[in-house]
Design a protein around this ligand. Structure first.
Ligand code: PLP
Length: 451
């Protein structure tokens, strides 16, 4: 028997606790408390099994860019399922949704980023990137260029490969990561790690850590550098303005590939189609997922430039997933891109609702608990501190203040996430000004209660 969706919440929670292992969750802790059961969603609003309406200021996991309940996306999925629910793009076959989506992405992506290798998630796409980079250099006669440099506190996924590219030490500790050939440099988090340096000097110093790492490892050994234009899961870390131009200089100087992980930053989140455009960087490879389908279907991909594609095409690339270019996922992604484009969602984030959210969000910096409030487009974070002048962290148990604030937000029917002592917002890009006001009002109330 399958439990009724209308069963009492406590029964649903008990069955959940008995059989469902949750990602990134302390199992026993959740079992005591019970997971909140989300049953429906519309626009930026979730509804739970008790009928409470919750403002989702995280767009799920940074992905529901067009908001919930878009019937066009459901219709696109149904149409495609009836016509061709599955076929693969292996062994000399293709299909229309994959053709259309690849061509559309080539049109939207900047410069000569014209070729897409599909996956079902950001993790899979970044695993693809490891193999793309190594195959690229091997094909160019430099197989020893197998080292990829990532950043501490960067996030690139949860598989062993993508988790290795990421610099989450807690993840590395569970399960043999990083794999060989992946190195990490320090992140450009001025608030937490900048000490007495100006943000500008600190940004330069952290970019030059890349050059130092290349020199240490050997310029002929390093194949690529991977980074998120704005670090997301690490706490929405916005690098000082000096950082990215210097990284670009170094990447160009040593001729290594730059992989921009656009899984969060892509598809309007920063006010342009891609975060690389907002920050003025020119990657050779971009990782995409999340906002590509607004989370309505699992899909990701690696978008590579003409030169990388030409080199990879010189051999058989022995890599692929059963669901690479899944027709239903491609059809939904295509429809999602149509909505983003035709409704002018990205332009509105850049010119109207983004600046409004920024102004309102930065008001939170006057709260006694809040040090800095930083936001780019529609991804932002506030740093909690007991001492704004010294930027000190809360002592003892790092993460406690953030956790308490997150719990207060949740009780006030607002989903914000915490990473350590940072509180994050990343709402659906279609959020209205009135809903932004509600978001800020609930966030402030939650901070007051946590104070
Ligand atoms: N890269 C970035 C920047 C991400 O934020 C994430 C997920 O949060 C991933 C990759 C992994 O994507 P997925 O969870 O779809 O595997």
């Amino acid at each position: 028997a399958v439990i009724s969706p209308n069963a009492p919440t406590a029964e649903l929670q008990a069955l959940d606790a008995a059989h469902h292992l949750h990602p990134f969750t302390h199992g026993a802790g959740l079992r005591d408390k019970g997971a909140r059961v989300i049953t429906r969603a519309e626009g930026v609003w979730l509804t739970d099994s008790e009928g409470e309406r919750i403002l989702d200021a995280m767009a799920g996991l940074w992905c529901v860019n067009v908001g919930y309940g878009r019937k066009e996306l459901a219709a696109a999925a149904a149409r495609q399922m009836e016509e061709l629910p599955y076929y693969n793009t292996f062994f000399q076959t293709t299909h229309v949704p994959a053709i259309q989506l690849a061509a559309k992405l080539a049109e939207l992506a900047p410069g000569d980023l014209n070729h897409v290798f599909f996956a079902s998630s950001g993790s899979e796409a970044n695993d693809t990137n490891i193999r793309l980079v190594r195959t690229y250099w091997a094909e160019k006669g430099e197989p020893q260029r197998d080292v990829i440099i990532g950043r501490w506190n960067g996030y690139h996924g949860s598989s062993v490969g993508s988790g290795s590219l990421g610099g989450m030490k807690g993840m590395h500790a569970q399960g043999g990561m990083p794999i060989p050939g992946i190195h990490h440099i320090d992140q450009p988090d001025w608030w937490s790690e900048g000490g007495d340096m100006s943000p500008e000097d600190f940004g330069l110093a952290r970019a030059r850590a890349l050059e130092a790492a290349i020199e240490r490892i050997g310029p002929d050994r390093v194949g690529a550098f991977i980074a998120e234009p704005v670090q997301g899961a690490g706490g929405v870390i916005v690098a000082p303005e000096t950082y990215w131009p210097e990284v670009q200089r170094i990447v160009d100087k040593y001729g290594i590939l730059l992989i921009a992980d656009e899984v969060i930053c892509g598809f309007g989140r920063t006010g342009n189609w891609f975060g690389s455009q907002t920050l003025g960087v020119s990657p050779h490879i971009m990782t995409v997922a999340k906002g590509l389908s607004s989370g309505y279907q699992p899909i990701g991909g690696s978008i590579v430039n003409d030169e990388v594609a030409a080199v990879i095409s010189g051999t058989e690339f022995n890599h692929g997933y059963t669901y690479s270019g899944h027709p239903v996922a491609c059809a939904v992604a295509l429809e999602n891109l149509r909505i983003l484009e035709e409704e002018g969602v990205v332009d509105r984030v850049r010119e109207e609702t983004g600046p409004y959210l920024k102004a309102r969000f930065e008001e939170l910096a006057d709260h006694p608990l809040v040090g800095e409030a930083k936001i780019v487009g529609m991804m932002g974070s506030i740093a909690l501190t007991p001492d704004k002048a010294t930027r000190a962290p809360f002592a003892a148990d790092a993460g406690t203040a953030g956790y308490i604030c997150r719990e207060r937000c949740f009780a006030n029917n607002l989903v914000m996430r915490h990473v350590g002592d940072r509180m994050i917002v990343s709402p659906p890009l279609v959020i209205s000004k009135e809903e932004i006001d509600t978001l800020i009002e609930r966030a402030r109330r939650s901070l007051d209660e946590a104070h």
